[in-house]
Write a protein that binds this ligand. Structure first.
Ligand SMILES: Cc1cc2nc3c(=O)[nH]c(=O)nc-3n(C[C@H](O)[C@H](O)[C@H](O)COP(=O)(O)OP(=O)(O)OC[C@H]3O[C@@H](n4cnc5c(N)ncnc54)[C@H](O)[C@@H]3O)c2cc1C
Length: 416
């Protein structure tokens, strides 16, 4: 059933009885053209673009849990394209353009809200770094504005301007950045893919790969063996575990990233604001809760929940930026497992194993990448070629030394 003003009106008059399930509870078939492992945002977006742009509909998305149970439904929902490096900017800007048309494309309200992202700076050196980033963005056609201290004060007057340990000197404003409803995005992609005939199979864990002459020709799952012409893996924090089943060792570590939500308050933070003197960012959800996060837990883990030291660090950053937050109660926190690559950038590529393609290494920035990642991975699965916007995201860049180290912190996954 399609969503439209007419459908809303009809259901309002009909007691909301006509709405149907967003996607079928598909049972796995013995064979598909393409099997995608992982029903997060990236796997589902890939299925949608395979069907809608490349006409390939004999596709299954295999998810070991439920749709939206992974990082796709655990993130802090920020979307942006304010990157610095050549390998990244065109990809993330493609993603931003896809976000801008997403709701029409998938006929679903994903609550895409371009409420802006403001990066604060607190020193002259940091100002220069943001000016450089803003210029790089502008050269690629991405919106970027440098704000001085008074312009920042006019925009976000609730920051500590007068007594701060790290005084706010200005900010880099990216107006087209913002937020989208994370689980709405996965539900929307799942529904759109399902409507074109893709099978979305939940509670179906891939436990191994079916190999013939070394090539991957299908997957072993908890719901039986499924053959496929091509297999694409998009399992985020489980990438190393799954790749190991195909005898691959990835340049990646898995770490937990936490998010926090406060009690609901009246509208206060109307965009996304990031602290420049520590790792902390904040936005406000439509329900009124302040949503914020910070650094990864520094040690590798598959726990899906984080530790108190990071919580403490996040709270300290929050109070340094907005002392009034000391009076706020945190209602919820949770963690997700991040696929941290050695240079902090993703991989969308073939693997050395024939028949197996990889989409991984999203670190803690993969939500904003969801549409472009899906499109570029669909392109690879459909054509065997790298998409021009993702041509830097090759697996062999770690061997070639062609790293995309956006943060400039070297081969230390937990620092990216
Ligand atoms: C707290 C937190 C905050 C974040 N904030 C942001 C943000 O503000 N902006 C941003 O851009 N990014 C953010 N991210 C990162 C972003 O959420 C991830 O990079 C992105 O969601 C990863 O892609 P995905 O949606 O496909 O992953 P997932 O949703 O994790 O999908 C992978 C799926 O694979 C499934 N799976 C794993 N192994 C198997 C198997 N063997 N068989 C079958 N299925 C399997 C998992 O169950 C999971 O559902 C954040 C992440 C976290 C945890």
């Amino acid at each position: 059933m399609g969503f439209s003003g007419f459908a809303l009106l009809k259901e309002a008059l009909n007691g909301q009885r006509g709405w149907t399930e967003h996607w079928r509870k598909a049972a796995p078939k013995p064979a598909y053209d393409v099997v995608i492992v992982g029903g997060g945002g990236h796997g589902l977006a890939t299925a949608h673009y395979l069907a809608s742009r490349y006409g390939i509909t004999n596709v299954a998305v295999l998810e070991k849990g439920w749709i939206g149970g992974g990082n796709a439904g655990r993130n802090t929902t920020i979307i942006r394209s304010n990157y610095l490096l050549d390998g990244n900017i065109p990809f993330y800007e493609l993603s931003m353009k896809l976000w801008e048309g997403l709701e029409q494309d998938i006929n679903f309200n994903a609550m895409v809200s371009q409420r802006s992202v403001l990066n604060l700076y607190h020193s002259d050196g940091q100002r220069d770094a943001y000016a450089r980033r803003g210029n790089a963005m502008a050269l690629h056609g991405v919106d970027a504005e440098m704000l001085d201290r008074e312009a920042v004060r006019a925009r976000v007057p609730y920051l500590d301007f007068d007594n701060a340990r790290f005084p706010v000197k200005g900010g880099l404003l990216h107006r087209r950045g913002g937020t989208a409803r994370h689980d709405g995005v996965v539900w929307g992609y799942a529904r759109a893919a399902d409507r074109r005939g893709v099978d979305i199979v939940e509670n179906c864990e891939v436990t191994g790969f079916l190999r013939e002459g070394g090539a991957v020709v299908g997957v072993e799952t908890t719901r039986g063996t499924i053959r496929a012409r091509t297999v694409g893996m998009a399992v985020a924090g489980s990438s190393s575990l799954l790749a190991a089943k195909a005898d691959l060792r990835l340049p990646m570590e898995s770490h937990v990233l936490q998010a926090f939500v406060s009690e609901g308050i009246k509208p206060l933070v109307d965009g996304v604001v990031t602290f420049g003197a520590g790792h902390f960012y904040i936005s406000q959800s439509d329900k009124g809760g302040l949503v914020f996060g910070g650094d990864l837990d520094p040690f590798p883990s598959y726990a899906q929940r984080g530790g108190l030291p990071v919580f403490e660090d996040v709270a300290e950053c929050a109070l340094a930026m907005m002392p009034m937050l000391s009076r706020l109660r945190i209602l919820r926190s949770w963690g997700g497992i991040m696929d941290m690559s050695l240079d902090g950038s993703p991989i969308i590529d073939h693997t050395p194993v024939e028949g197996l393609k990889i989409n991984s290494g999203w670190c803690y920035g993969g939500f904003k990448a969801t549409p472009a990642s899906g499109l570029c991975f669909a392109h690879l699965l459909a054509t065997g070629e790298l998409h021009s916007a993702a041509s830097a995201y090759r697996l062999d860049r770690f061997a070639r030394g062609a790293l995309i180290d956006e943060k400039g912190v070297g081969p230390t996954p937990n620092l990216h």
